[in-house]
Ligand binder design. Structure first.
Ligand code: PGA
Length: 250
């Protein structure tokens, strides 16, 4: 059985103390599911205290929002895969649209981050997605296609990968893609992955959706055939809304 993945991206919210209190509340309130993995991605500064607090006893997995593609060295302000692994981090978000569009990360940089993450034994969550004008100009598939091809060029561990389709126009805007719009892109991604790697890998891998996922749209999103989970920003910052999302009914 392929488990779904429900991931919360806290972005630059919550201090270490706020994170501990919040993660504790989630760990107490979210039950164990056989068919879904639940992931929280706090800021770097909260990973260590949250990891200690959870100490492997909870249903919550831990993810980071970014990583360096370098191993170690004179790279001021960067965080390495070794540092993350030691804190129990299992997933790393690579190439979130805020990294691409605000901090100038391109597919080359993201490609190195994906490879570094996987070779360190963690799962990269590679984010891809078109901007509004690209969608309006009929370029969605072209953009998604080149993001995937370039970010995965020479990647030898695709069985470790999660892909997150996050249309940029739907992130933090309250404007989500309709489940049908998302499904259309997810099925395109599935076909492309079968071409680039193989059909079995494409079938077995998780392709998740992100962009204004909320308690009131989660069920219809998760009902789509090619959607294997969600990456949630704003609605993952409140315990009741995240718990409802985790408890989706497909
Ligand atoms: P949002 O963010 O749920 O607030 O739209 C999603 C994301 O950026 O991953």
């Amino acid at each position: 059985m392929k488990k779904s993945l429900i991931a919360g991206n806290w972005k630059m919210y919550k201090t270490p103390n706020e994170s501990i209190a919040f993660a504790k509340m989630l760990a107490e309130n979210i039950k164990l599911y056989d068919d879904r993995d639940i992931l929280i991605c706090p800021p770097f500064t909260s990973l260590f205290p949250v990891s200690r607090m959870l100490s492997g006893q909870s249903c919550l997995k831990l993810g980071a929002q970014n990583v360096s593609f370098e191993h170690e060295g004179a790279f001021t302000g960067e965080i390495s895969t070794v540092m993350l692994s030691e804190m129990g981090v299992e997933y790393v978000i690579c190439g979130h649209s805020e990294r691409r569009n605000i901090f100038g990360e391109n597919n080359d940089i993201i490609n190195k981050k994906v490879k570094k993450t996987a070779s360190a034994g963690m799962t990269p969550i590679l984010c891809i997605g078109e901007k509004l004008e690209e969608r309006e100009n009929g370029k969605t598939f072209e953009v998604i296609g080149s993001q995937i091809k370039e970010s995965l060029d020479g990647f030898a561990q695709p069985e470790r990968l999660v892909l997150a389709y996050e249309p940029v126009w739907a992130i933090g805007t309250g404007k989500n893609a309709t489940p049908e719009q998302a499904e259309e892109v997810h099925s395109f991604i599935r076909e492309l992955m079968a071409d680039l790697f193989n059909a079995r890998l494409s079938e077995n891998m998780k392709v998740i959706y992100g962009g204004s996922v909320k308690p009131d749209n989660i069920d219809s999103i998760m009902r789509q055939k090619n959607i294997d989970g969600v990456l949630v920003g704003g609605a993952s910052l409140k315990a009741d809304s995240f718990a409802r999302i985790v408890d989706y009914k497909a």
